[in-house]
Ligand binder design. Structure first.
Ligand code: ATP
Length: 234
């Protein structure tokens, strides 16, 4: 794809001897939102960990902005402009809301995302800025995790199941904030179990099944039947 910002080319990923991903190929354009869907264990989180350097890969399997990043460390990849909102949030429990956000900014990439911009996006975090992050509700903690990722001013942001375990009204609030984030020209990958939500928010969708891409298409074009087949294999 000529204007791709991220290109994944035949990615195999392993946990020791166990192979979790088989020949995944995927590309994302600047400003594009990609949804990655798939059942439990399909390999979605493994794909996110591979892109962010938490799992090591052959260098030429992943390119970002034209550079091979497959062999780089997680901190080097963050510095290049990829941020992740990880499954389960993984906030620093002993630190305040504000300290968690500041840590996200430590990669020192220039851009519009500052503490004030994050507090404008999620005003409740400004009220709670001095509180331990883990004393907040689940939804507010998710806002901290999103804010922490934004503080690195990424070009590509990966959201790994941000609605997991949250009440429907909170999920709605968080998803309503996403266009404000993505509208700044960022590219995004949204990993989501809720198929309708995933299709609604994205330009294109990839479905994973047992570590392989089982469907790829424009979100407006793929039918419920095609998705069900790709998702469940029936
Ligand atoms: P979920 O929705 O449950 O998070 P997923 O699509 O994100 O599912 P992964 O977590 O990427 O799936 O898991 C893909 C495969 O890799 C599964 O078979 C899983 O058991 C295995 N796996 C995941 N993490 C590890 C690990 N740390 N060590 C060994 N195997 C793992």
């Amino acid at each position: 794809m000529p204007d791709a910002i991220l290109e994944i080319d035949g990615l195999d990923s392993f946990y020791g001897d166990f192979q979790a991903l088989f020949g995944i190929s995927m590309s994302i354009r600047k400003g594009e939102v990609i949804a990655v869907i798939g059942a439990n264990g399909a390999g979605k989180s493994t794909l996110m960990r591979s892109v962010t350097g938490l799992l090591t890969n052959r260098p030429d399997m992943i390119r970002f902005g034209g550079a091979n990043i497959g062999g780089l460390r997680a901190d080097q990849i963050a510095q290049m402009g990829i941020a992740m909102v990880p499954e389960g949030r993984q906030l620093f429990p002993s630190l305040s809301v504000e300290e968690n956000l500041i840590i996200g900014g430590q990669v020192n990439r220039p851009g519009d995302w500052t503490l004030d911009a994050v507090y404008d996006l999620f005003p409740v975090l400004a009220e709670r800025r001095k509180q331990p992050a883990t004393s907040l509700s689940g939804g507010q903690q998710q806002m901290v995790a999103i804010g922490r990722a934004l503080m690195s001013n990424p070009e590509l942001i990966l959201f790994d199941e941000i609605s997991l375990g949250l009440a429907p009204i909170i999920i709605k609030n968080i998803y309503e904030a996403l266009p404000n984030i993505i509208g700044t020209g960022m590219s995004a990958v949204v990993v989501e179990q809720d198929i309708k939500r995933a299709v609604d928010i994205s330009d294109r969708v990839y479905c994973l099944q047992e570590g392989r891409v089982s469907l790829e298409g424009a979100s407006g074009d793929v039918s419920r039947d095609e998705i069900s087949k790709a998702y469940f294999g029936v």
